[in-house]
Design a protein around this ligand. Sequence first.
Ligand code: SF4
Length: 415
Amino acid sequence: MSNKNGEDSHTPQNIQLDRRKLLAIGSGTAMAATSLPSVVFAEGQTPQVPRRVLGKTGQKIPILLFGAAVKLDRRFDPKLAEAFRFGIDYIDAADCYNGGACEERVGNFWTRAKLKRDDFWITSKSDEHDPEGLERTLDNGLKQLQTNYVNLYFLHGLKNPDYLSSGLEKKVATLKKSGKIRHFGFSCHDGNVAELLQMASKLPWIDAIMFRYNFRKYGDKELNKAIDAAHKANIGLIAMKTQGSEASFRDAWKKFEKTGRWNKHQAVLKAVWDDKRITAAVSHMQSLQQLRENVEAAVDNKKLTQSERSALDRYAEATRSLACDGCDHICNPHVDAPVEIGATLRHLMYHEVYGEPAKARLNFVATVPAAARNLRSIDFSRAEAACPNGVAIGPLMERAFQVLNASPQLAAEIT
Ligand code: SF4
């Protein structure tokens, strides 16, 4: 059945999981009948998230995807179970999420839920970007996921376009032929997203891209041109970081709340879905409450109204100096120290906005070189002057220095 936007609200692929059965499977986990939130939908209501075609894959996927970077239960994750009930049958995994345990936990979930593997979608990612490392990571991931294929495989967090080599193209062709992967692409969230999208639009072997995109980027001409090119090449486009790298916008948001129907997380998702070049948004849903709110926004067919949209634009402008786009090829050269401003502020966002301080600190220490973590007594004034968003880099880097330095035992807290 299609709605007026040509989106399916229900397809045979949707899996209708029985709630009592899931509760039984999940007993002993965090899920219990009494802990389910009562907001948004009346008991017994299970509206299905609409679906759109993911570019040249030709496959319809839900417009709201389950981001498995969120902490998953070891044996059976209740958030995933709830997501499937609403037709969110797409899991966005990676080798490194959940302290490296993500794929294993996804494998435990779907086998314990007794899902049929062909009835749902797994995307996973490799942090190894060379052809051999990618295949090694994929093979290990398939074992953890307890499957012999993934629907889509990504180079994770691609920054260097040189990795999109003819050697990788050959490897991708072999992996597709072997049946281990159905489709291939990459994710990217650094400052060269537009460059990577443009490059990919000329590479027929790139099927899908997941990239940093949100309501703040509507006016970005270079990015919009690149999205147009990728869309014209029929590459499936998935938005991530839809919340827009905010730090602490609560006061600015209050004005918008008065003019809109949606809470902040819902409104920014709707802004992304209003862009029909984008197939879906991956969301980091940490609670059943958040999941249900996102579903409520997804199943509402109406676009944001003009006044909601302009209020969101005003909100974006009012908070622009707190939003880092990761384009640190612009600001890093203006600092007399080997800093990584974009990556540091991204980890600060995970700490401040995603509410995952332990994970943010652990990943900061694990992925940002020690020299770039030494943020004491550094003059960021020239970098601030160069930043197109006017980000207050100095105070934010000071904050990052204070909160992101962590001891390795934090690993225990996130796994
Ligand atoms: S601080 Fe500014 S220039 Fe630097 S990465 Fe962030 S948005 Fe780009």
